[in-house]
Every structure is written in C-alpha cells, then in structure tokens.
Design a binder for this molecule. Structure first.
Ligand code: HEM
Length: 154
C-alpha cells in the first residue's frame, strides 16, 4: 500500500480546495456581501456561511495541514535538499498559520468579546488583524500552490 501517494493525493486536492475557497470567499462573497444592505436575508446569508460553509473550510485546512505534516515527515530528505521546496514550505506554513489563527483562535476570541462587551479595544484590534491574516492566507496559499504545481508538473 503506497501511503505516501495517497497523502500527496489528499494534499493536492485540499490545496486546490484551499486556494479556491480563499479566492471565492474573499474576492467574490465578501464583495457581494458588502453591497447587500442590512436585512433579514443578509443575516440569513451570513448565518449560512458561518454555520454551513466555515466548518467545511475548517476541514479543508485541517486536512491540508495534516497531509503537509505527513509529507514532511515521510519525505524530509527531499524537502531539505531543495531550495524551491523550502521556499514553498515556508510560505505554506505562513499561509496555513494565518488560516489556523483566524479559524481556530481569533474567531472565538472575537465572538466571546463581542458577546460579553468587555475589552472593546482588543475587539477592535482583532477586527483589524483578521482581514490582514485572511489576505496572508489568500496570497500565501496561491503562491504555495503554484510553486507546488510547478515543481511536480513542469
Ligand atoms: C497553504 C498551504 C499549502 C498549499 C496550498 C500547498 C499546495 C501544494 C500543491 C498544489 C502541491 C502539488 C501537488 C501535485 O502534485 O499536484 C504540493 C506538494 C507538496 N507540498 Fe504542499 N502545500 C501547502 C503546504 C505545505 C506544507 C506546510 C508542507 C510541508 C511542511 C508542504 C509540503 C509539500 C511537499 C513536500 C509536496 C511534494 C510532494 C511530492 O511530490 O511528493 N506543503 N503542495
């Protein structure tokens, strides 16, 4: 059984899913949402994204991270002997780190602060940091995926 091949297979699929969702959510959905005036329909739209879509993104970034760890531990020699791989991995770690930070930490801190009403300064700071981390995940993810596809297919 070739486990390594299956791990790279899952890495390639979740990488494509990661890049696609970053582009669609940040460059399309966010812009569409900005143009919809406050209404119950908009609220339902936001709630759909938060309840139905964000768990799928959570799963994508978890599997992408786990497969990256699997690849790195099974193929460490290949990675450290190639500067283009090292570049890909460093940018990939930064992009994934930004996504993890938003999805598994800041989202909950923000929710808690907004609900409790305490420490509005920290809430404001988080409101400024999250879009920056989103951009890091978007741009870093695209660069990482393009390097990965280039190395493996050109
Ligand atoms: C946002 C994060 C990441 C994205 C979007 C991404 C994307 C990709 C893509 C598109 C490929 C090529 C798959 C193919 O053959 O078509 C690839 C391969 C690879 N990735 Fe990632 N990657 C990410 C993070 C990482 C991390 C953090 C590591 C290591 C710690 C890593 C290690 C590798 C390795 C070693 C390969 C080559 C596997 C092989 O050909 O045997 N990646 N990645």
């Amino acid at each position: 059984m070739d486990y390594y091949g299956w791990i790279v297979f899952a890495h390639a699929i979740t990488a494509a899913a990661f890049v696609m969702t970053m582009i669609i959510m940040q460059l399309v959905v966010a812009n569409v949402m900005k143009r919809i005036p406050d209404s119950s329909g908009k609220k339902e739209g936001v709630s759909f994204i938060q309840k139905r879509w964000l768990p799928i993104v959570d799963a994508i970034i978890i599997v992408l991270g786990l497969t990256a760890i699997g690849i790195a531990s099974l193929n460490f020699d290949m990675i450290i002997s190639s500067s283009i791989f090292l570049t890909k991995i460093i940018i990939g770690i930064v992009a994934l780190g930004a996504a993890y930070c938003n999805h598994f930490y800041l989202r909950y801190v923000k929710r808690e602060l907004a609900a409790s009403g305490r420490d509005p300064d920290r809430l404001k700071k988080i409101g400024r940091i999250m879009p920056v981390l989103d951009k890091v995940a978007l741009i870093g993810g695209v660069i990482t995926a393009v390097i990965g596809w280039y190395i493996n297919h050109v």
